[in-house]
Write a protein that binds this ligand. Structure first.
Ligand code: CA
Length: 224
């Protein structure tokens, strides 16, 4: 899950970034409306957290412009004002939810969870592919009831594959949704992570079906 934070107050932006990174999200930050709009327009994000009062272009305009460009990424608005008028305008501009500053990180996280899984049948916090089970809230993975320890990136990669079970995902799609722009992503990074994942979720289960499949020339998928 990759999230863009558009917030000019560095302290708030960095606190949210750190907190969400601990929750295994890949985070990019824009500190003004123009770069926020540019980044968001690429359509790579699963969620945008958008402050309203921003330098250059304000948040409501960013929101409207994105919807005009047919970018339908869920948007969570942050507003310091908390006036009913702002909320209505934000939702009218195409935002999906709002949060009034100051807010607790737990509350932000709950909204982020709700919004980032809204587009699919992702209401459940537990993703299942055959006998492989991933709990997005407890950060636990089990296969055939035995617990599997994954690094934080391996977990994000597996979650992304499982949320799109049965679908072929290209390396570019995987990189765009699992890593942020600051990450050192080399051409073979995805292969390396896939190999490590296989060592943990497939290879120890020799008498079971191997779940991660390489589709030569296209990418990877998990499950049928
Ligand atoms: Ca602001």
């Amino acid at each position: 899950m990759r999230i863009l934070i558009v917030e000019d107050e560095h302290r708030i932006a960095n606190t949210i970034k750190k907190g969400l990174e601990q929750e295994r999200y890949a985070i990019d930050v824009a500190y003004d409306g123009t770069s926020g709009l540019d980044l968001a327009s690429e359509g790579l994000y699963d969620l945008i957290i958008l402050d309203l009062m921003l330098p250059q272009i304000d948040g409501l305009t960013v929101c409207r412009e994105l919807r005009k460009k047919q970018i339908h990424t869920p948007i969570l608005i942050l507003t310091a004002k908390g006036q009913i008028q702002d909320k209505v305008e934000g939702l009218d501009a195409g935002a999906d939810d709002y949060l009034i500053k100051p807010f607790s990180f737990e509350e932000l996280l709950a909204r982020v969870r709700a919004l980032s899984r809204r587009p699919k049948n992702l209401l459940s916090e537990i993703l299942i592919v055959e006998d492989l089970e991933l709990n997005t809230k407890q950060f636990e993975v089990f296969r055939n009831r035995s617990s599997i320890r994954l690094s934080s990136k391996e977990f994000s990669l597996l979650e992304y594959l499982m949320r799109h079970a049965g679908k072929i995902l290209t390396k570019d799609q995987i990189i765009n949704h699992v890593w942020n722009y600051d990450a050192d992503v080399l051409p073979n990074t995805v292969e390396v992570y896939i190999r490590n994942l296989r060592k943990k979720i497939d290879h120890p289960f020799k008498n079971k079906r191997q779940l991660i499949k390489t589709i030569r020339g296209f990418g990877y998928k998990i499950g049928d």
